[in-house]
Design a protein around this ligand. Sequence first.
Ligand SMILES: [Zn+2]
Length: 172
Amino acid sequence: MVEFATEGIVLDKEDVGDYDAKVFLYTRDFGKIQGKVKSLRKITSKLAGHLEPLNMVSVRLISRNINFSNFQIVDALKTGQLPSTTGRMTALRLIKEIAPEGNMDLALWDLLVGGELSAAKVLSLLGFDPTFASCQQCGDKKQLNFLIKNLNYFCAPCLSVASISEKVFVLK
Ligand SMILES: [Zn+2]
């Protein structure tokens, strides 16, 4: 077992089984990672209040080897909290979905901890700059959505024609 300590922002949390959870973090040292937390959803869990989305945390992780999607989070301490806004929540979900695991991006980290976080800025940093984007289907530049599954832009009319209902991020 290898042990690591780092700081991160909680991006999201998903239930696993009856009591466990999977927590998605953007960390200072490893970029995006995910870690299992045993018994997080038990009422006696000491870590529960610390591992909520938008929290800044100091975490202790263990792993059999360095596998960025297979850490176990054994300790977590909330050190701060990002203000909760719809734009920020959308940006966190977007990072969870499309940022590469185990790839530290200092610009993304700086944006997370201190910047005006928005979906458009995250897309731009990750190589999908919306400024000059156009619909992959028809080339239109209006009413653009970013489709996670395709990692590309589609306009609203083309999305509705294709009856696409997967996760999209509407850019305003
Ligand atoms: Zn289109």
